[in-house]
Ligand binder design. Structure first.
Ligand SMILES: Cc1ncc(COP(=O)(O)O)c(C=O)c1O
Length: 691
């Protein structure tokens, strides 16, 4: 889950710039008495340089009527922070201007209980909060801190943790680079707020500390993916019920009016056929698109049944249920354990070579009339993004206590990554690979064998990735206790899609920070190719909460849509069950899975991960296609003009960008450049021979 970061008490253009580039989501300007106080005039000047995606908070304790008038008169503020007790007055004073602002009410922890404000007359929190309807309705989240502000005093983390289970809660007070990870693990807040913790001298911000703080927070986000349940206190429940009930409708209406075109409503023409659904049309339980997205981003999806709305789930034989449940338990514990992430981060840095760079593609930008950036997963160890998930799951396998690892592979990249991770961590490894793919991706077969893996050709079915997954699942059923099936894409029964996304979301986290650092702003559009969907879901997760970023998944259009010779699962498929989960797939009228085709082995799969099906349904991601010939042409462009041989998979994303650029000149575009093309030499020689 992405954590909202607010850096508070900024006073200079330099520190504002550093906080933006470090990936802060909001900047606070203190307009009341404080060592960090700025005038309205100074705040206005500082705000002009802040890009639109970063929120700007006017910070008060108890603002006066004149203060609120001045905030309204100052262009650029998006939020008003004040002690919660003052929030109703602020809401009333904003009157007709309320649509421009959100209120950030501050709740304080005082001697083991909550207070709406510490000025004379403020009582300990009473259920009368419900009287302040309008103020709560204007709040997207609440902020919790200790009795005093800006002097390093920490909040009561246990109380904050309970509040965070009930309302979106921003933890403030005494956070530092050293303690923020521990605080996040203890409180599970939806945001953090830092001020004195990134200062070396009182009131003077330190650039290195701002950067280190934001990085420390981003590094913990993976831990948040699976939330523990906490006990609820009656006192807190009154805040929660008023916050939730009162504000949900208000926010929804306001969001709807503000929503961008890409957040289109649920496609109405969908005919969903879920043989396992207990009643009627599963989309009937869907809320609005923004509310559904919020559920995903807050960790509510996947739910206890592993569902993203109607998609996902776990449709597996009884013999595998024990394994799947154990895997979920082990993953949950590992994801909440800093030691696990410490080991993962260390290996990711030294062995994989993370962070991978974001590169400006100078020549293609010129040729296509856009500003194009590559997130270079091709430079990760073994040459593709697959290694992130292979490493993560191999570390999980240690905790599972299994004796060996099996995997499937299509393009061979996941097979190579798994073979390498097994060699590194110390597991025997068997890889199932379709006989057709063994032929067309032969360099990777050699690599797997050299890394110590046994490669088993699969000749059944279409002898590509689908058949390889079938075979690996069969082998897992035969030895459920001693084997971990290291699934390579964001597909399969729950918890696989969640596990794979958790490990791959490092791509999006890094890319977001790198784009901010390089360009000072977020891209207009983000593209990634979609096979099963792991590289795409990994990079998308860095940007799903940024409504200004249009997101596109690119499927393989094969020989053209008219021929039916493609792997465009979401563009041309229908919902159904494949490989243990309910998602889109290519199937005939009788529900038989049909063969797919793509020049790229990694995209040649008739299914897709359930989270993509969900994102498509709520309209947050648009899915499009690129044909074989367009991908080959884009690959040639990239070789000639950027000096990089891309894999055929990301070449599909490049082809879609080339097309999109024609009507979107001047836009900034980021692409998940998910692999290098050495593995594709046999296909390239066959498709476009050179002497
Ligand atoms: C380089 C590369 N990119 C993309 C993919 C597609 O997989 P996914 O959609 O899971 O990222 C593959 C699959 O083998 C691949 O090798």
């Amino acid at each position: 889950m992405k954590i909202w970061i607010k850096v508070c008490g900024l006073r200079t253009p330099e520190t504002v710039d550093i906080a933006v580039r470090a990936g802060a989501d909001a900047l606070g300007f203190v307009l009341c008495e404080s060592p960090r106080q700025v005038t309205f005039k100074q705040a206005e000047q500082l705000i002009t340089a802040i890009p639109a995606h970063v929120q700007r908070v006017a910070v008060f304790r108890i603002p006066t009527e004149a203060d609120i008038a001045a905030v309204i008169a100052t262009p650029g503020f998006t939020h008003i922070q004040c002690d919660a007790v003052a929030a109703p007055t602020v809401a009333r004073l904003l009157g007709d201007h309320s649509d421009r602002f959100s209120i950030l009410p501050v709740i304080r922890t005082v001697d083991g209980s909550l207070s709406l404000g510490e000025y004379p007359g403020a009582a300990a929190l009473e259920p009368s909060v419900t009287g302040n309807d309008f103020a709560w309705a204007m709040a997207e989240r609440v902020l919790i801190e200790g009795q005093t502000s800006g002097n390093g005093q920490t909040a009561d983390w246990a109380l904050a943790a309970d509040l965070a289970t009930l309302v979106p809660t921003v933890l403030a007070g005494g956070l530092t680079v050293e303690n923020v990870q521990q605080a996040i693990a203890a409180v599970h807040p939806s945001g953090v707020d830092v001020s004195s913790g990134v200062e070396r001298q009182r009131g003077i911000k330190d650039p290195d500390l701002i950067r280190a703080f934001c990085l420390a927070v981003r590094n913990t986000e993976q831990v948040q993916t699976i939330l523990p349940q906490r006990s609820l206190q009656p006192q807190l429940a009154s805040i929660a019920s008023s916050f939730e009930e009162i504000s949900a409708q208000f926010r929804e209406e306001r969001n709807r009016s503000r929503s961008r075109t890409h957040m289109s409503t649920i496609a109405s023409s969908q005919s969903l056929r879920d043989p396992f659904a207990t009643s009627g049309d599963p989309t009937a339980t869907f809320g609005s698109d923004t509310a559904e997205l919020a559920k995903l981003l807050s960790g509510e999806y996947p739910d206890a049944r592993g569902r993203y709305g109607p998609f996902g789930g776990r449709f597996v034989p009884e013999t595998l249920m024990g394994n799947i449940t154990r895997l979920e338990e082990v993953a949950k514990a590992a994801f909440a354990d800093q030691k696990f992430w410490h080991e993962f981060d260390g290996e990711a840095k030294d062995w994989i070579g993370r962070p991978t760079p974001v590169m400006f593609a100078r020549k293609l930008s010129e040729l296509w009339g856009i500003k194009l950036y590559f997130k270079r997963e091709d430079l990760a160890h073994t040459g593709a993004h697959k290694i992130n998930n292979a490493l993560g799951q191999a570390l999980l396998a240690k905790r599972l206590g299994v004796k060996r690892i099996i995997a499937e592979t299509g393009a061979g990249q996941h097979g190579v990554a798994t073979a390498a991770a097994c060699a590194r961590i110390g597991f025997p490894c068997t890889v199932y690979m379709g006989a057709h793919d063994i032929e067309r991706q032969s360099p990777n077969v050699q690599r797997m064998k050299r890394l110590g893996a046994t490669v088993i050709p699969v000749t059944s079915g279409d002898a590509t990735l689908r058949a390889a997954i079938d075979e690996a699942l069969r082998a897992w059923v035969a030895d459920p206790e001693g084997t971990h099936y290291l699934l390579g894409s964001a597909v399969g029964p729950h918890p696989f899609p969640l596990i794979v996304r958790t490990f791959q979301s490092v791509i999006g986290r890094e890319a977001r920070a790198q784009m901010l650092d390089k360009t000072g702003t977020l891209p207009d559009a983000l593209f990634a190719c979609v096979g099963g969907g792991s590289n795409a879901i990994g990079i998308f997760h860095g940007f799903l909460g940024d409504p200004g970023v249009q997101i596109f998944g690119v499927e393989a259009g094969g020989r053209g849509n008219a021929t039916g010779d493609h792997s465009a699962t979401m563009t041309h498929g229908t919902p159904g069950v494949l490989h243990g989960c309910y998602s889109y797939l290519l199937q005939d009228a009788a529900g038989q899975v049909t063969d797919s085709h793509s020049v790229s082995a990694g995209l040649d799969y008739p299914g897709v991960g359930p989270e993509h099906a969900f994102l498509r349904t709520i309209g947050r991601v648009q899915y499009t296609t690129a044909r074989d010939d367009a991908a080959l042409a884009a690959l040639a462009d990239c070789c000639r003009h950027e000096g990089i041989l891309p894999a055929l998979e990301p070449s599909h994303a490049l082809a879609a960008i080339k097309d999109w650029a024609k009507s979107n000149q001047g836009k900034t575009v980021l692409v998940g450049f998910c692999g290098r093309g050495d593995k594709d030499m046999p296909i390239l020689q066959a498709a476009a021979p050179i002497d």
